[in-house]
Design a protein around this ligand. Sequence first.
Ligand code: SF4
Ligand code: SF4
Length: 481
Amino acid sequence: MKRFSRRKILKATVVSAGTLGGINLPKRAKSQFSWMKQPVPNTPSGPRRLPFDTNNPAIIYHPMNCERCGDCVSICRDVQTVFDHTGNFPANEVPCIHCGQCTANCWSNAVTERFELQPLYSALMENKQSSRKKKFVALVAPSVRVTLGEMFKMPPGTNVEKQTVSALRKLGFDYVFDVTFSADLTVLEEAAELEARLNKKHSGDGSQMPLFTSCCPAWVKFAQLFYPKLLPHISSCKSPIMMHGAVIKTWFASQNGLKPEDIVTVAITPCTAKKYERTLGTMNEIDFALTTRELGWWMMEFNLDPKTLEEGEFDSTLGNGSGAGDIFGNTGGVTEAVLRQVYFDLEGKEAPKDFLALSPIRGMDGVRQAEVKIGNKSLRVAVVHGTASARRLLDSPNFSSMNLDFVEVMACRGGCVGGGGLPKTQIPISDELKAQRIQGLYASDQKHQIRRSGANPEIQKLYELFLKKTGNEILHTQRKG
Ligand code: SF4
Ligand code: SF4
């Protein structure tokens, strides 16, 4: 049996960071982020490294690799605005939202995701020997398809969706599902929540507005730590991957005559925060969460290169999403997807073509706002990416007078295409590179025949045969609000 030791993985990390994209890497990063208003000083004034909590479910510190450059401090304090900020936690506690931006920006790989590759691989191998066979199910997040190829020297934004499916089957998975499916599910649930709150607002009670999105666990943790009063405004929807896991452990299990404990769900994500989020689950929705990097290392170990792999297809019924599901991976995508559905629900017909590309909410500005007309109604929406931008919006003295109805927040700049668990093609990852990844997702959306979540026949079937209507408790958290 192969062993994915920490040492081996760290070595692979260095290789992947050092040889990709034809970029000459300086020895060490100095945290200069061109898009920041206030450049970070080359020599941070605070401690030279973050005091990482050894119990952090998402992040792990390897002291032997640490060069004490202080980049993790700059990222966490100045970019993500977490470390050194006061909030709703004891003074001696080290706050962390598990976003993994410190891992994505650590040149010496002293800070990484908490690896789950070895325990997963061992579980797969043990299952092969066991008489009681469990089913291994992989769930692939939208942004993985336009980023994984970078680990194999493919241009950013190259869509390797079908090759990823093929690789996962070769690695031993019995089923491979596309998380764009559960992104569609999230859209229907969130659109229903928004419409209910809009109805209340129009009958005179606007106290629950705006509705904030909940699909980014790092944003939800950020709100819990720094803006707890906002929690009633945050959607109760689980994130797409957690919804997917919940449906697999219930409906899919019963349809296939399986016990939930005989299904092992594995999320393949751009996100280190999923490793934290899965620990919050109440029904073991997700058993393992691998970053895109972990999948890339695994594929490298078995010489599975997307450039030479044949194309595979996702499993059906719970496996295929609409174009709206694809764009969940980029900033503004959730808002566009939800508005497409709200348009249909309010107007009873598909949105016109120009509504399918909502240019005012596309782009890379940290906070983008738009007023969107649907029939005789107008919705005020805001799209925010990066937690510093979230602070900027929430701390603005004009925030309440903006009268927003819907606010999308993603903790990583660019949304999940800037996730902390993605290939370290550049350090720091430039907006240009993120834009290439985003372009890959919009191109995928445009290719879809079905671009509204509620029009996805697999979603329609799930509601008809199982969920019946929106609001099923397996798709929602008990979080207050
Ligand atoms: S994961 Fe995010 S919040 Fe946690 S230490 Fe790293 S940068 Fe800071
Ligand atoms: S923006 Fe995406 S990748 Fe980043 S923390 Fe949130 S869910 Fe994870």
